[in-house]
Ligand binder design. Structure first.
Ligand code: DC
Length: 232
């Protein structure tokens, strides 16, 4: 994929619940670049599929999903109060719903479908061509932008990640147990790294950030210093 050389892409890939979006948002606001949450795009497609009955009993009807994609428009709008881009599905604000356990439990399955990935990767490439971006996901440095100027690969132990996700969900009022959340983290790791299409993998040129024992400030200054090395 040839990228317009005038823009700079920072790719943040890694396991789920490694705080990719939190750190990417902080970097975006510090460096005044656009943050794009590609996981939110897979989540929005999953929400649309659940709503239209395309996913039933843990199975996806592929033909129906292909039809469903024709009527999906995913947009991001900047919220000036919170200073983040928020996700809209066909014009409807869906930030809350796409983070529910129901969507989290099904999203890996939808993200493993080749034509869903093609549909979303094309949109992600367009977004990265227009302006300087920091994009978080699983395949940004490996597939979407293999020539990204800076690539980070985020990791942390499954227990640390499950604890973070558990707290996040409880704060939002979701009635889940820690065990359930840890099982979801491990299942998603397995599916994300073993799927046939664009599995999560660390590229050779990626900078590994294991934040199990790092403070957010340490992580932020380390990552910003690496980005500044490429002249941003
Ligand atoms: O980052 P997240 O947890 O919101 O991502 C949700 C799911 O989408 C996750 O199971 C992996 C998948 N995903 C992907 O396959 N490729 C991306 N670029 C981003 C997310």
């Amino acid at each position: 994929m040839e990228k317009d050389q005038k823009t700079i892409v920072v790719a943040v890939d890694g396991y789920s619940s490694t705080g990719k979006s939190t750190i990417a948002k902080m970097i975006a606001s510090r460096l005044r670049i656009t943050y794009i949450d590609t996981g939110a795009m897979y989540r929005a497609v999953t929400l649309a599929a659940l709503r239209s009955g395309v996913i039933d009993g843990g199975k996806v009807d592929l033909e129906a999903l292909r039809e469903c994609l024709k009527n999906i428009h995913i947009g991001f709008r900047y919220n000036t109060a919170t200073q983040v881009y928020e996700t809209y599905l066909n014009g409807e604000y869906v930030e809350g719903e796409i983070r529910s356990m129901e969507v989290s439990n099904q999203v890996s399955m939808v993200a493993a479908v080749d034509f869903v990935r093609e549909f979303l990767v094309a949109q992600q490439r367009e977004l990265g061509k227009r302006e300087n971006v920091i994009m978080d996901g699983r395949d940004i440095g490996s597939v979407v932008f293999p020539d990204a100027e800076v690539k980070f690969f985020m990791t942390a132990s499954p227990e640390v990640r499950a604890e973070r996700r558990y707290k996040e969900l409880r704060e939002k009022g979701e009635n889940v147990s820690y065990e359930e959340v840890e099982a979801n983290v491990r299942t998603r790791d397995y599916i994300d790294t073993h799927r046939e299409v664009s599995p999560l993998k660390q590229t050779e040129d990626a900078i590994v950030v294991d934040n199990s024992c790092m403070s957010i400030e340490e992580e932020l200054s380390f990552m910003i210093s690496k980005i500044q090395e490429v002249g941003m």
